[in-house]
Write a protein that binds this ligand. Sequence first.
Ligand SMILES: [Zn+2]
Length: 497
Amino acid sequence: MRTSPGAGYDLGYPVVWCPKYRSPVLGGWVEDRLEELIRAEAGERGWEIVALGVMPGQVRLFLKPCPKNSPSYVVGQFKGFTSHYLRAEFGHSRSWSPALWSRSCFVATAGAVPAGTVQRFLQTQDERPSKGGAVRRSFTFLLRPTVKQATALAACLEDHRALYNAALEHRRTAYAKVGVSVRYGDRSAELKHTRADDPGGQGRWSFSSQQATLRRLDRAFRAFFDRVKAGRTPGFPRFKGQGRFDSVQWPKDGDGCRWDSQPGHPTATYVRLQGAGHVRVHQHRPIRGRVKTISAKREGSRWYVILSCDDVPAGHLAATADRLADAQRDLAGRKRGSKRRRKAVARVAALHGKVRRQRLDHAHKAALVLVRGYDVIVHEDLRIRNMTRSASGTIASPGCNVAQKSGLNRSILDAGWGVFLTVLAYKAESAGRELIAGNPAGTSRTCARCGHCAKDNRLTQAAFACTACGHAAHADVNAAINILRAGLALRQAAEAA
Ligand SMILES: [Zn+2]
């Protein structure tokens, strides 16, 4: 039992919170420092920590704070304090800004909290919001359903429409009669019964796609209430008439749906949709990123599938490079001496500057990670200039594979290796780290396991497979190991001398 002015108490409870999107960032040095900060803050406030566990993706704390402070206040204080210091001390990983922690926390009454409950809380922290978070790209392809599949898709749409309308009706009457507002959660729980009662109808379709339809209604209501609040003409959500409900979404690839469901098929792509089967897709272009949600949409007599994909981190740099390429193309088409040309020149120059700044920023971040994590850093002695020159060869001995090589050199220059190495060298020196340039000669052709050196080891630009011992790896990884070895050998020789 403890006392604070005017109260005696013995009140404790567990709290759990986690970094945004549950990124597993709380390892190593961060972990130690975070523990230290939490204890410091608790000590300052006079809050007693009974148990503290920092895991890479979450913080668990059993706490006996002063009863005058609400749990959300307490957690808020911890989050603010630790976020401030950790972000200042451990740099600015993009996922850490503008805040390190997710906004929610889990608080329970004392006693054993079932592991499942905490697990459920953590699961809700997993997904990145599509707004403001990761960039989503969507791809639309024409579907080529068989007659039977088209019938099934139409029935699927019709049943989802009925579900939407029934839920809307329910909310309207409940609200009108007793002033109760029915939430998405209530309807979602009821969905189970609806499905069980109608196995040949509603029960045929994916549970998740039906939930998505209910959420759609929920969004319509939220928008309605927002409009009411803002004092605009509200417009109550409407029943969807036939032809007014044209798409169904499956919120997760693999849950009632599967993109590329027959990957072995030699000529066609298929998407499997629960209740309709494997539907053929006219995939007229490749997709990029990982498929997150799948939707089917009807337009007239045609059906389309819409994939929403997480954009693989092409990154700001690549995006700016694309814009630069566009701007350069635009410039090339302008008449000399024209006003538009002057503008285009300015735009190209501005984008060049932006690429340069972004590259420098990247280089600083990447170099910082290396310098923090390692005492000795070995890099390939690229001699960028030499490589750039050698590709074209001389008249006496023209370079071989000039086209590919110039492409390669381009990509090296694009990646800004020169800038990166300069930044790295500077940072390594000021941090007292050792930076060694290893001789790259032959490293891309030599097997890192057995030392067998042959041109045939290198199958493609990316794949390495040793013809002597069978060792297979990414060509860059294999070469990197060789370079590291070369660098360390150099270092040993220098020490011995
Ligand atoms: Zn080998």
